[in-house]
Write a protein that binds this ligand. Structure first.
Ligand code: FES
Ligand SMILES: [Fe+2]
Length: 480
């Protein structure tokens, strides 16, 4: 079709296809500049499907170290809140606007019990009850008829969690494997802010192909010595075989990445859990040394919507000799707006540094405040994103019984902590002449994953040794 007023050769214009979104060579004029967003799985204000779903889980809302002698203004799921620790040690997460006449409680005075509004002195306990209305006449019952908006909250290992859903549906508090094992695990809380929607931040973990390019191939420092100068170990620069599998009745998924490292196959698996949690195996893994089911975690992380166009990553970094025997991590570099792995995780670098050595922060925020999926042209490596989006959609539509907030709460009651699937295995399985090595890696990856899932039915005390025994047998058979 010839476009009006076009002086371009007819072939160039004919190559454009507005229906497919392909504008053709030099066809920028036809390229779409905006498209609708996928509101169902990006918007989290109260009353939205996803917002109501997310509210039924405990969410980190701030670092415990940010609770000082003045209240902390926070915004979570589009709600303006204030967090504080009262003088009795109780943590409060209250609506920021005072129930009396709307002054912000960020200017309040922290009390023995709760917080006192600076405007007329009303005092609210951490559960929102009005403890006093000092300007009212003696005997006034006004305080008994009002409650400040309040959410249950607690501190755990340096993070403050709140539950913002219907009180009757409050789930149990989940435990995390890395808190019990290894016993000397050092747990360091952190938070990183990104001015963009939560989904593009979270689904980045389902997009494992980006590690090959963004973190290795595209960011080689020309001044670095051989083998250095990339954000991740060079082994991450090998394009892996990739598979994504739904887990636990649709309440999560894993990616399975297989890489050939000489005579070995490195199988890496990471967990993504609804609604917004990821658990990461060793961040500095290089796939060089043999290992079988190294399930020591480096990090647990939540992509918490501040609102629809801002996200706060909260998490725990884990430090111990099992997960990081070479001590490549650095606990002193983790905390508020700082993290010890990869460049470009936080937004406080000079712009040009981000251009020369871009990281996750640059690519995620540059997708726009809410990335429009309609403008994407996905390839085979993007299948994991689509699985994740499908999981979220099915969960909030009630189409996956195992992914409802009630089902996940019930799973937590039965199995707390949930055994993680995240792990690295580096198996001695040389390539075979005449055999499709990519296919072999896929099969080994899938078998490793199946063994781990089978172990859900094994006594927790025997789980790890069962899995290792089975993977060892797999290695033996596959290398014979
Ligand atoms: S506005 Fe808070 S006490 Fe009046
Ligand atoms: Fe990344």
């Amino acid at each position: 079709m010839k476009a009006p007023f076009s002086a371009e050769p007819i072939e160039t214009v004919a190559a454009s296809d507005k229906r497919s979104g392909n504008p053709g060579p030099f066809g920028g004029y036809y390229a779409p500049v905006e498209a609708p967003i996928d509101a169902e799985i990006t918007r989290t204000d109260r009353g939205t499907s996803l917002g109501e779903y997310m509210r039924k889980f405990w969410q980190p809302v701030c670092l415990a170290s940010d609770l000082r002698d003045v209240p902390l203004a926070i915004r979570i799921l589009g709600e303006d809140l204030v967090a504080f620790r009262d003088l009795s040690g109780n943590v409060g997460v209250l609506a920021r606007r005072c129930a009396h006449r709307g002054a912000s409680l960020e200017y309040g005075i922290i009390a023995e019990h709760g917080i006192r509004c600076c405007y007329h002195g009303w005092q609210f306990d951490v559960d929102g009850r009005v403890l006093s209305t000092p300007g009212e006449p003696l005997g006034s019952r006004l305080k008994d008829s009002v409650c400040q908006g309040a959410y249950p909250a607690f501190e755990k290992s340096g993070l403050v969690f709140a539950y913002m859903g219907p009180p009757a549906e409050k789930p149990p508090v989940p435990e995390y494997e890395a808190h019990a094992f290894p016993p000397d695990n050092k747990i360091v809380p952190f938070s990183n802010f990104l001015p963009c929607n939560w989904l593009q931040v979270h689904e980045n973990i389902a997009d494992q192909a980006h590690a090959v390019f963004l973190h290795v191939g595209m960011t080689i420092d020309p001044d670095a010595k051989a083998g250095e100068g990339t954000q991740l170990n060079a082994s991450f620069g090998i394009m892996p075989t990739l598979e994504w599998v739904e887990t636990r009745d649709g309440s999560g998924m894993v990616f399975i990445a297989g890489r050939r490292i000489g005579d070995r196959i490195w199988i890496r698996i990471n967990d993504l859990l609804l609604p917004n949690i990821t658990q990461h195996a060793h961040l500095f893994e290089d796939g060089e040394k043999p290992k079988i089911f190294a399930n020591h975690l480096s990090m647990t992380r939540w992509a918490v919507p501040v609102d629809d166009t801002h996200t706060q990553l909260f998490g725990w970094r884990y430090f111990n000799d099992l997960v990081d025997p070479e001590h490549r991590g650095d606990a002193s570099k983790c905390g508020k707006e700082k993290i010890d792995f990869l460049d470009g995780q936080v937004g406080n670098r000079p712009y040009e540094e981000g251009q020369r050595n871009p990281g996750d922060w640059e690519v995620l925020t540059s997708q726009g405040p809410i990335s429009s999926h309609k403008l994407e042209h996905p390839g085979t490596t993007d299948a994991g994103l689509f699985l994740w989006r499908r999981l979220v959609r099915r969960a909030i539509r009630g189409q996956a019984p195992g992914a409802s907030a009630e089902a996940i709460a019930s799973l937590t009651r039965r199995c707390n902590p949930l055994p993680m699937y995240s792990q690295d295995s580096v198996l001695n399985i040389p390539a075979r002449d005449g055999t499709d090595d990519q296919r072999l890696m896929r099969e080994i990856g899938r078998r490793v994953f199946d063994i781990i899932v089978e172990a859900d039915g094994v006594d927790p005390a025997a789980r790890d040794s069962y899995i290792r025994e089975q993977i060892r047998a797999l290695e033996k058979t596959a290398s014979a």
